[in-house]
Ligand binder design. Structure first.
Ligand SMILES: NC(=O)c1ccc[n+]([C@@H]2O[C@H](COP(=O)([O-])OP(=O)(O)OC[C@H]3O[C@@H](n4cnc5c(N)ncnc54)[C@H](OP(=O)(O)O)[C@@H]3O)[C@@H](O)[C@H]2O)c1
Length: 229
């Protein structure tokens, strides 16, 4: 069994590289792209987002299409993938959609010293997992694999994407560019500063480019495990 799931990073950004704007939720995708993302979600065993995304966007992270939900059920899976988040501060509302929407398992990874408080606040709504002294995405990925997660979708935000990319823990990046500018450096960028395996001396492999209405999908192969299907 591989030591981590096949890991697909999914992100929509503005032309100037922002995935979020200060103060309000930023709509970047269009309906056709939401449908595409729904299909990707349906193909995965787990979806991971950072705690800031849970707080700011309040996402449900469920497969929306009834047909896709039925297809999952027909192969013995829950209608939607498991949900996963990670937090240090534990400022998570147990009434957020992450916790209340969908009859699926929810995992919350946090640093060891915070585990007792996290369990008191979030269980039994979610399962709290001890992520170690500092939650490390390699360890988290290994733990997910041990729980049977073979295909992981990481839906952001930037802090989480940065750790998967700089940790060389991603097999694929699906990056959507929306035709708009945010133009405010208080917004959230796709990634933070870091040492990325893909840089001027080591370019990533562009596998596919597809127009989806008014956005463009760029698909990058980031490891030898990349599957183009
Ligand atoms: N366009 C898109 O595709 C897309 C997708 C998702 C999100 N977004 C946007 O992205 C923005 C949020 O992104 P963000 O970069 O600020 O935050 P984020 O990546 O969603 O979450 C960061 C938070 O996750 C927790 N975290 C991350 N790494 C951790 C680690 N190793 N150990 C423990 N906890 C860890 C911390 O939570 P605590 O603070 O609780 O400790 C941290 O503050 C929002 O504007 C949202 O709308 C855009």
């Amino acid at each position: 069994m591989p030591d981590r799931p096949y890991t697909l990073l999914s992100c929509a950004m503005s032309i100037d590289g922002y995935i979020g704007s200060p103060g309000s939720r930023l709509l970047l995708s269009n309906d056709a792209d939401f449908e595409r993302v729904d299909e990707v979600r349906a193909s995965c065993d787990a979806i991971l987002v950072g705690a800031a995304t849970v707080r700011m966007d309040n996402p449900r992270l469920l497969v929306r299409s009834p047909a896709l939900r039925e297809q999952r059920a027909a192969r013995g899976a829950r209608p939607s993938p498991m949900k996963v988040t990670v937090t240090r501060r534990l400022e998570l509302d147990p009434h957020a959609n992450f916790f209340t929407a969908g009859d699926v398992e929810k995992l919350v990874y946090c640093p060891s010293p915070r585990v007792p408080e996290a369990r008191a606040r979030l269980e039994p709504t979610a399962t709290v997992v001890d992520g170690g002294e500092h939650v490390d995405m390699a360890r988290l990925s290994g733990d997910l694999a041990a729980r049977g997660v073979e295909r992981l979708m990481v839906e952001g935000g930037g802090t989480v994407h940065t750790q998967f990319l700089t940790g060389d823990l991603a097999d694929e990046l699906q990056l959507v560019v929306a035709p708009l500018f945010v133009g405010d450096s208080d917004g959230t960028r796709f990634v933070r500063d870091g040492r990325f395996p893909w840089n001027p001396g080591q370019r990533a492999t562009l596998s596919d480019v597809r127009q989806v209405g008014d956005v463009v999908l760029l698909r990058y192969a980031l490891s030898s495990r990349f599957r183009a299907d």
